[in-house]
Design a protein around this ligand. Structure first.
Ligand code: ATP
Ligand code: MG
Length: 445
């Protein structure tokens, strides 16, 4: 992409309404524009990042055999009356009537819709296990939308639903989701710690929230610092291997890590004192096993192969896709702007022309642009006729992990400058070597 042809409305002034850094930078970097309280337009850079996050979510779900589909955002109240949640959900549910005076709502979550789809088509245990999911906009009429996309009213969520023959099979689905979520967050450069959470009105012991540690997080968390030393890394996971998934679940959840809702002081005190941490976190996902809570009232049963009918065991699993963008920025920025992790960056590399209009500089930039593009990467070339200072400011704000700077003096010496956004360190090298370095970095991920 050439910046002169892109739509990147970077703001010079600091937006006053933003209380936390991710909100401020998303506005300043031209990623989002507030439309009304908690509702945002996704400008090209923000939209591109949402797409990148969605792709990672889809790729990781596919590895576990989970199947993507899409439900309507506007749903009939009837289905929600069947489950008993229409009246129970409260003020967060946005309700409306259509022209025929029928009650409709904007889906805040989709247990009913997925259970209904399941019961319409699946009749036999032979069709299990099954996990369906979507990445779709949700609406919750939050009392206090704030912090930009962190607590919006309209937000993008991945929500998945597993259907299994019994509790043991559904718990394997639960473990499988934990593993896919860990991998998803790690690919986004985030450490999200699974913490025992409160199952609320649904009941049951099986729910974990995934929290990214950040001072601006809305949840208070208590954990053993040893949990921050575990990661999945590049280990191979076979999602059909029940024991392996259980072992990973145990590894990641046996140390003390809880939100304030489930915190128990006496248990916490058993953690060695030097490892006890009280901090704040951003909830970026949650997994649930809730048995037959929805399958029973909605009649989602299957032929059990022994002559009977049995309600399926279910769980639901959510990732806050749009909130994750805010979480990544909270976790990775400096006072000049965003610093995207290499695993999720809107463009792989910036090309900064210090003297647009100079034939040698222009030619060298065009050449870099062509080589990076031919290597399958997406560079962002700042070809605008602007002061160098403004160009550096924009590049720093939008946070591409790598930048190649081309100036007349370097060109004379046959070199360009390669700079890491994270460390700020620069190195002079030939254009060909710079391209090779960038290619190596991204192929090594
Ligand atoms: P919270 O406690 O933050 O209100 P929740 O527990 O009600 O969230 P879930 O039903 O677990 O939310 O939804 C799954 C995920 O969707 C959450 O883990 C979170 O990342 C995201 N999410 C929930 N509410 C919002 C919101 N208002 N804005 C942005 N993301 C949200
Ligand atoms: Mg939650």
């Amino acid at each position: 992409m050439r910046l002169s042809r892109y739509f990147l409305p970077v703001l010079k002034e600091t937006p006053r309404e933003a209380q936390i850094v991710s909100h401020r930078y998303m506005l300043q970097a031209g990623m989002i524009k507030q439309s009304s309280a908690g509702i945002y337009s996704w400008l090209p850079l923000g939209f591109k990042m949402l797409r990148k996050l969605e792709n990672i979510v889809h790729e990781e779900q596919a590895k576990a055999g989970h199947i993507a589909m899409l439900m309507p955002t506007l749903q009939s109240a009837d289905l929600w009356r069947e489950s008993g949640r229409y009246d129970g959900y409260g003020e967060e549910m946005l309700r409306m009537k259509d022209r025929h005076d029928r009650d409709m709502l904007f889906s805040p979550t989709a247990e009913e819709m997925f259970t209904d789809t399941f019961r319409s088509y699946v009749k036999s245990y032979k069709d299990l296990p099954l996990t369906l999911y979507q990445i779709q906009w949700k609406f919750r009429d939050e009392v206090r939308p704030r912090f930009g996309v962190m607590r919006g009213r309209e937000f993008l969520m991945k929500d998945g639903y597993n259907f299994d023959i019994d509790k043991a099979a559904a718990l394997h689905a639960y473990n499988r989701h934990l593993v896919t979520y860990l991998r998803t967050y790690e690919r986004m450069g985030l450490q999200a710690i699974p913490m025992r959470a409160d199952s609320g009105p649904i009941g049951g012991d099986y729910t974990h929230e995934f929290l990214v540690l950040a001072d601006t997080g809305e949840s208070e968390v208590f954990y053993d610092s040893a949990v921050t030393e575990i990661s999945l890394g590049k280990r191979d996971v076979n999602f059909d291997d029940v024991d392996q998934c259980q072992a990973i679940m145990d590894e990641f959840t046996s140390l003390y890590a809880r939100t304030d809702e489930t915190h128990e002081e006496d248990l916490f005190n058993k953690v060695p004192e030097d490892r006890r941490r009280v901090a704040r976190g951003i909830e970026v996902g949650q997994i649930f096993y809730f048995g037959t809570t929805y399958s029973e009232p909605l009649g989602a049963t299957v032929d059990d192969g022994k002559g009977g009918q049995t309600p399926v065991h279910m769980g639901s699993h959510g990732i806050g896709v749009s909130r994750l963008l805010g979480a990544i920025i909270e976790a990775s920025h400096d006072d000049k702007g965003i610093i995207w992790p290499e695993g999720v960056t809107p463009f792989h590399c910036g090309i900064l022309n210090m003297r647009s209009g100079d034939d040698a500089c222009d030619a060298a930039c065009e050449d870099l642009y062509a080589q990076l593009t031919n290597a399958g990467l997406e560079p962002l070339y700042d070809d605008r006729d602007e002061r160098a200072g403004a160009k550096f400011g924009t590049m720093d704000m939008i946070g591409l992990p790598w930048r190649i700077t081309v100036g007349p003096r370097g060109i004379k010496n046959g070199v360009v400058e390669l700079t890491s956004r994270r460390t700020g360190e620069s190195e002079e090298l030939s254009a060909a070597d710079a391209v090779q370095r960038i290619v190596d970095i991204y192929t090594g991920l």
